[in-house]
Design a protein around this ligand. Structure first.
Ligand code: FCB
Length: 445
């Protein structure tokens, strides 16, 4: 008999997407430009010059896509709202057609018994706000609250789970520290200040939500991978701890403790401009922590005290991301140890492979099936050991515009032929569908 790992009752099983990565229709029905429209159209920024102009054309295929979710047996779906679709200028006049789109999405989900998990910011800032300083202008906290309140009022009668920001750590690092993502800035001080404003906006939007929607759940979703020291040298262990503080605690300490972390050598970091009252604003209590987890790293302390990533003889995805399912368990237990037994949702987890349609018309993505089996079973172990995980979302519902990789990196559990927009459920989608429907994972057939 195969071993079945059962998950807690009422566990949420879903898939995740993000507006810019799937919707397309960037110039339709009053949607305005976002920083990703601008960035993807800047030569050299995205592989093959791909843009999100059409993406999965989800804006026009909403009903069909909900049908696929139903077929897959999801009981939850995580999507993001495109700020420039509902507030083209970023603030001020709302765009009714944009609001209607999300309303139809939510209604369609609820009709199928799928719980909507809405994310307010998954990186597509309206260009009008970028022109006014974007995340470097402190007033963005007010702009974000205005936008959040609009959505709370519009969807709050039906949406219970709200996420303020998707991966503020990745957004700020790639967008402001190394310039690989929009808005394309590479400057450390700027990165630190933008991060601080992201946190301020988050805290204010949570507080605004409590007033308008007292029964709703509010949280944030950082990316948290897991790092191991590559040797048993003390300095490598210290390096791993420093990375934990710099990458994870820098965003979570302000929220859970109302302070920025202190480095191992006792220095405060980062050094943004912090005004009186900021830390209290950021520390508005959250109901859950969402986590995106994809890979692990092995690290040593390199020259000048900087981390060095060590290549490991372990399987990797086509992005070169190391597959190490135990990292899921170790990360979940570390977060629980550090911040207490807070409710956690895995909001993204998945793998990119160069899928091909086989002669039978199907996509036999057995490596992705193995990936999901490993990571879900590791999550189960973490739950048994005390992590309060309440839901799991595969990244992604379907192949989509994968930021700087364009359409070259496929993460979907549903295949998309971008020339015809045909969707095909991959073997991994069928595999997950069994997990979702049985609320359990059969370890080996
Ligand atoms: C995460 C992003 C998501 C997707 C995956 C692969 O960092 O949140 O939009 O690109 O990575």
């Amino acid at each position: 008999m195969a071993k079945l790992l059962k998950f807690p009752n009422n566990f949420y099983w879903g898939a995740a997407t993000a507006a810019y990565q799937i919707e397309g229709a960037v110039n339709e029905d009053g949607r305005a430009e976002s920083i990703w429209d601008r960035f993807s159209k800047t030569p050299g920024k995205v592989r093959n010059g791909d843009t999100g102009d059409v993406a999965c054309d989800h804006y026009h295929r909403l009903e069909d896509d909900i049908q696929i979710m139903d077929e897959l047996g999801l009981n939850a779906y995580r999507f993001s709202i495109a700020w420039p679709r509902v507030l083209p200028e970023g603030r001020g006049k709302a765009n009714v057609k944009g609001l209607d789109f999300y309303s139809r999405l939510v209604d369609g989900l609820l009709e199928k018994g799928i719980e909507p998990f809405a994310t307010l910011f998954h990186w597509d800032l309206p260009m009008a706000l970028q022109d006014a300083g974007g995340w470097l202008n402190r007033r963005i906290a007010d702009w974000f609250v205005e936008y959040a309140e609009l959505m709370y009022k519009h969807l709050g009668d039906r949406v219970k789970y709200w996420t303020t920001l998707n991966e503020p750590n990745v957004f700020a690092f790639l967008g402001y520290n190394i310039g690989k993502h929009a808005p394309g800035v590479a400057d450390e001080a700027t990165f630190v200040q933008a991060s601080h404003h992201l946190l301020l906006a988050h805290g204010d939007a949570v507080r605004a939500g409590r007033t308008l929607l007292p029964k709703a759940q509010f949280g944030i979703v950082p990316a948290i991978s897991h790092n191991y020291p590559a040797t048993d040298k003390q300095e490598d262990a210290a390096m791993v701890e420093a990375m934990w503080k710099g990458w994870t605690c820098m965003f979570l300490d302000p929220i859970f403790r109302g302070t920025y972390p202190v480095t191992l050598d006792g220095q405060d970091f980062p050094q943004p401009v912090i005004l009186e009252g900021d830390m209290e604003r950021i520390a508005a209590p959250v109901d859950y922590l969402g986590i995106n987890h994809y890979f692990s790293h092995w690290i040593v302390q390199g020259e000048n005290g900087h981390p060095e990533w060590i290549d490991k003889d372990l399987p990797k995805t086509d992005r070169g991301w190391i597959i190490h399912p135990d990292g899921m368990r170790d990360m979940l237990l570390k977060v629980t140890e550090e911040y207490g037994r807070i409710p956690i949702y895995i909001m993204e987890n998945g793998a990119s492979y160069p899928d091909e349609v086989a002669t039978d018309g199907q996509i036999h993505d057995c490596e992705r099936v193995d990936y999901f089996r490993g990571y879900i079973s590791s999550m189960h172990e973490a739950i048994e050991k005390g992590a309060d995980v309440r839901g799991y979302f595969a990244w992604s519902l379907m192949d989509n515009f994968e930021w700087e990789e364009g359409y070259n990196s496929r993460f979907g559990i549903v295949y998309v032929d971008f020339a015809t927009q045909q969707r095909i459920i991959k073997d991994s989608g069928r595999f997950l569908s069994e997990v979702f429907r049985s609320n359990g994972l059969e370890l080996e057939k």
